[in-house]
Design a protein around this ligand. Sequence first.
Ligand code: NDP
Length: 446
Amino acid sequence: MSELNVKDFMETIIARNPGEPEFHQAVQEVAESVIPFINANPKYREAKILERIAEPERVIMFRVPWLDDKGETQINRGFRVEMNSAIGPYKGGLRLHPTVYLGLLKFLAFEQVFKNSLTTLPMGGGKGGSDFDPKGKSNNEVMKFCQSFMTELQRHIGPNTDVPAGDIGVGGREIGFMFGQYKRIRNEFTGILTGKGLNWGGSLIRPEATGYGCVYFTQAMLKFKGDSLKGKICVVSGSGNVAQYTIEKVNQLGGKCVTLSDSSGFIHDPDGIDAEKLAFILELKNVKRGRIKEYAQKYGCEYVDGKKPWGIKCDVAFPSATQNEINEDDAKTLVKNGCIAVGEGANMPTTPEGVEVFQKAKICYGPGKAANAGGVATSGLEMSQNSLRLSWTREEVDQRLQGIMLAIHEQCAKYGKEKDYIDYVKGANIAGFVKVADTMLDQGLV
Ligand code: NDP
């Protein structure tokens, strides 16, 4: 059988999945790392493992009708992409954002397969959501949407089948509304979602986990170079769940975060976002659902409309908003300004050209599928606690999370170690691939 090459492989992917640029981008990045490894290990080539991994096991698309506060009918489109269940039930978040379409969720589900494999826990990969925009909607409207969404989704998920979680636009409020509807329809109290409230099966540290995990991973990359986050100036994008707890952990480890953003612009606070200011952000974003501009008004710092924070001088960058938010020029600016590490809280926040800039400069670059895996890992711990009908303490969950992030770092080092440098992209892709691929070989042609 002839060797696989990236160009031919990608031509087939693009032809089979037209109009899905984010999916092509995610597959290409993995293909570039994994294809040389596959050619060196022909058992994967012969069984066409990569070709199978790039094809979702199942895609569900459905109508979500709901009534707004004026009594008008609204119609959204719901999705669940069940990408790969080789190593466990499908697991991955639900995104509610107007940009959601099938290709975006296929990219996220594909990434999720490798990420979940890296966590060391038994979880397959999936992702779902809707083009519903929660921004500007009343609580009542969000509840009606979530109930209608779950009315269809419930027939496809289950504690041993598929266990969704939160993502952009889906936090504790939305998970609550969806869980309530599942329980009502199915008449069973089971762990079919993670990110649940503490009174009804949630895990301590789950809200903090993605941000904390990303900082633990970044600290591990710096430690490998004999450095740490202590005294480092950090630039953070986004101001949602991941950004909030990234700041909390950076503060605890002695660093200083000076920016936050939302889709309207960013704030720059050179004095640092301390615990009191962070409490204001949590209230602003999670309760009042206001804009980041209000932080600048309250604390008298700079607000830059319509821009991203990458021009602010920093030692470490934590992109924590969305995909492709750092382009080639942004990456060049970060490197020129002395940035030595990037921990990706968001999924695929750096374009391929931007990644190349970071890798050429040999800075510590932690790609999302490794750096932000703490969220899904702690969701896995929530599933374990649900199965045991037990709740672990904050310290216990945090210890396990730290252990998992260090294990992910080790796996990246194992497969990505170059002479004087760890290629975390290659390391994460190959380590994530091997476990899923070997399992698929064990399970036959499925
Ligand atoms: P939230 O909805 O809590 O926050 C998202 C933040 O990003 C908001 O500040 C939002 O601003 C901003 N944002 C969203 N879309 C855009 C856009 N198109 N352009 C600019 N800013 C944007 O989401 P999370 O914090 O949960 O997720 C952030 C990222 O982290 C995503 O990439 C997600 O996939 C990833 N992630 C999340 C995990 C989790 O556990 N929550 C786990 C692993 C990864 P605005 O309010 O203006 O829209």
